[in-house]
Ligand binder design. Structure first.
Ligand code: NIG
Ligand code: FE
Length: 386
């Protein structure tokens, strides 16, 4: 049991105040990997073990629903060039493809473990991650196998960019992605994704890739409207994708489509931070009634951060979100983007994914940016070593 919790975010409005279901002077009883009881500390049942939160805040573990963690090398030089004025383009992905193909399985697995460990220490207890730096049948399947050894939320992104071998034959590459590559990858993945953008895949190509993936049981999600206001968002909504990710350049029709549909808009503040680009307008989406998630997009090119607290702080400062909205989007919102009801909340029966903050309230995540406020983490009921 965790008791004497000064402020507890449950994300269950039936349990406490507002959309966060906020409780004060609360206790939380964990039983194995699940939450057994939530309520006022004074009414808590007896428990074998007690952790005294001494008035600190407790929140659900963050749900990072968008990352690219199976890769080798980094792109420090590209970042440096950007900070001297060079723009971000999809083309940089190919340099990570070269490094990733050269790396052996153990190296890729060790890199993935490093980033997942960083995430866990910063309070992230559920992570989605993708292929997309292999771009051959064997390399994409290898990336997904390695990812699947670490998380259930695995996404086939053979359509990240056109492979260098197909530079003169993009239609041939789409045939590969929707044919033999999909055959090799579908058994290892839950989701299918495509980078729908100038310099990557257009609307027709994206539709073909997502439809082929869906026919094999993969659920679509889309890299949409990151660099330009293209067709990605509307395609995502039309195909019933779980999430349209980035949503940086949106027309009014895009916002209306998201508001009318069931697709979550996943915003990735680390990306605009690291590419020195204009941030997505979360306020516009929230005011239109769109469900918004926040994620890191952790990858070596556009957003090399593994920190959800950092993303929360930037979303509040730069994207018009309140601290409450950003916290919800980084937990329950991420869960919705992954169509999960067992994570992103602390309510009886949900996963015992718990973060104890070195702060009296979750608001401090935005109020004290850059400060390591994650004091303790439990993942599926297991306390993570400091
Ligand atoms: O989500 N936009 C496409 N993919 C990644 C970037 C990948 C890279 O630059 O290596 C993203 O930002
Ligand atoms: Fe991404």
């Amino acid at each position: 049991m965790i008791t004497d919790i000064g402020s507890l975010v449950t994300n269950n409005p039936d349990l406490g105040a507002g959309p966060l279901g906020l409780l004060t002077d609360a206790a939380l009883v964990l039983d194995g990997g699940t939450v057994a009881w939530v309520g006022p500390a004074a009414a808590a049942p007896a428990a074998d073990q007690r952790v005294d939160a001494e008035g600190r805040a407790v929140i659900p573990g963050f749900v990072d629903s968008h990352s690219h963690l199976v890769f080798a090398g980094d792109r420090t030089a590209e970042f440096n060039a950007r900070m001297s004025g060079r723009p971000y383009t999809a083309g940089g992905i190919r340099s990570t493809v070269v490094a990733t193909r050269l790396a052996d399985d153990d190296t890729l697995s060790a890199n993935l473990t490093t980033y997942l460990t960083e995430m866990l220490r910063q309070g992230t207890t559920t992570v989605e991650t993708k292929s997309g730096y292999g771009l051959t049948v064997e390399e994409e399947a290898r990336a997904l196998r390695i990812a699947a050894a670490h998380t259930d939320e695995v996404t086939y992104l053979g359509a990240h960019v056109v492979a260098p071998e197909y530079a003169d034959d993009p239609a041939g590459y789409v045939d590969l992605v929707t044919g033999p590559m999909l055959d090799a990858c579908a058994p290892h993945a839950r989701w299918v994704d495509v980078f729908c953008e100038q310099g990557a895949f257009d609307g027709d190509q994206a539709r073909a890739i997502l439809t082929a993936g869906a026919a094999r049981g993969l659920i679509p999600r889309v890299h949409a409207n990151q660099l330009t206001a293209g067709p990605g968002v509307q395609l995502a909504v039309e195909l019933g994708a779980a999430s349209a990710d980035h949503c940086t350049h949106l027309t009014d029709a895009d916002v209306a489509a998201l508001a009318d549909g069931s697709t979550v808009a996943t915003l990735l503040p680390g990306c605009e931070f690291s590419t020195r680009a204009v941030y997505p307008d979360a306020r516009r989406l929230l005011d239109a009634g769109v469900t918004v998630a926040l994620s890191t997009d952790c990858n070596p090119g556009s957003s090399f951060t593994s920190s959800m607290p950092f993303c929360v702080a930037v979303a509040v400062r730069e994207m018009g979100m309140t601290p409450d909205e950003a916290l919800w989007s980084a937990t329950a919102g991420g869960a919705e983007a992954l169509r999960r009801t067992d994570v992103g909340r602390l309510t009886p029966g949900s996963a015992a994914d718990v973060v104890l903050l070195e702060a009296p309230s979750h608001v401090h995540l935005a109020y004290r940016p850059g400060v390591p406020l994650v004091r303790d983490v439990w993942q599926r009921g297991v306390r993570v070593p400091a």
